[in-house]
Design a protein. Structure first.
Length: 218
């Protein structure tokens, strides 16, 4: 927990209910122990989408389709979402949920490794990207994501602070998490100093980076 738990609980108590389909997916996700975005992140995404009004959204990490459906409810009727998922067991659940939500005409689910799929999107240009996939891969995704972003596009990467463990000594965290933490620190260093990005690290949920593509700085 990055922010005081009591504060988070209070903030979440003020949230409005989601649509019936999202409430149902959330309940099933808790039963199946499938991670979905946190309430604070949901609220933040809705606000950012309302401000930005993107027409083309790219999501890396569909999981069971929860965040894609959530975003689809906060965009204009002519906007579209392309979402990529590599985990077979989640793909079918995502397809089912997108169909139940009646969002097949808005959300396109691409199956496979994002590193192999993104280079095939040669003619695509996105004005909003939400990255919530394998955390150790963020740093590898970034060059292709940047290529696919229009100037002025927004990139939000979720779970970058790793419950606050990111700042701990590598000898304190579990061995299996050390590579993830190392790469995530490298990712944040790059996006904070990249000549084409203006980035803020925001301690909301499990931490996010929010970057805007501004073109090369002098």
């Amino acid at each position: 927990m990055i922010v005081n738990e009591r504060i988070v609980t209070y903030i979440n108590s003020l949230e409005k209910e989601n649509s019936r389909i999202l409430e149902a997916i959330e309940q099933q996700a808790h039963i199946d122990k499938v991670p979905i975005i946190r309430k604070e992140m949901e609220s933040f995404l809705k606000v950012m989408l309302t401000i930005k009004k993107p027409k083309k959204i790219l999501e890396l990490g569909t999981a069971i389709g929860y965040s894609a459906i959530l975003m689809s409810e906060s965009i204009d009727s002519d906007a579209t979402i392309t979402t990529i998922e590599n985990y077979d067991k989640r793909i079918q659940a995502a397809k089912d949920n997108i169909a139940k939500a009646g969002r097949e005409n808005v959300i396109t689910l691409l199956e496979g490794d994002a590193m192999k799929i993104m280079p095939t999107l040669q003619a695509e240009q996105f004005d909003f990207v939400f990255m919530d996939a394998a955390k150790a891969q963020y740093i590898h995704f970034l060059p292709e994501v940047l290529r696919l972003m229009r100037e002025g596009a927004v990139l939000i990467a979720d779970n970058v602070l790793q419950e606050g463990d990111l700042i701990e000594s590598k000898y304190v965290v579990r061995r299996r998490d050390r590579t993830i933490h190392k790469r995530m620190r490298e990712y944040m260093e790059i996006v904070k100093n990249h000549p084409q990005l203006e980035t803020s690290i925001v301690p909301i949920g499990d931490g996010i980076t929010m970057s805007v593509k501004v073109g090369k700085k002098a």
